[in-house]
Design a protein. Sequence first.
Length: 157
Amino acid sequence: MIRSATPEDVPAIARLIRALAEYEKLSHEVVLEQEALRRHLFGERPHAEVVLAEQGGQVVGFALFFHTYSTFLSRPSLYLEDLFVLPEHRGQGHGKGLLTHLARLAVERGCGRFEWSVLDWNAPAIAFYKSVGAVPMSDWTVFRVTGDALHRLAGRS
């Protein structure tokens, strides 16, 4: 079953984020604060949304997403930040269920695109995404500014 997350789901979402970071060998980068997560997902001005995959009343996967905007299409886009299903629950349709749910939301909300990034080494995810019709955008490179570099760029070093 796929459902929208509620504030009561924040601990489960946090556990899944940590499990995702462990899977991606990026646990050292996690500085997750549950109250910040709660505020950013369910506060006065939510910055993202989460849908959950459940099996037998247990949360086994999640997708965190938000809207961006395509100037070329003059339409909103849906951006999938993270999708993760616990390893012991993979192959049971949860990942495809989450993607299908988000695709439906994108269509209902008039989005012109539904997109996401995937780590180059994650061959199982790449194969899965290709199997549902996604295509890699090999002519684009993601850039990121964080930490001290972000503060310098903002003129607040």
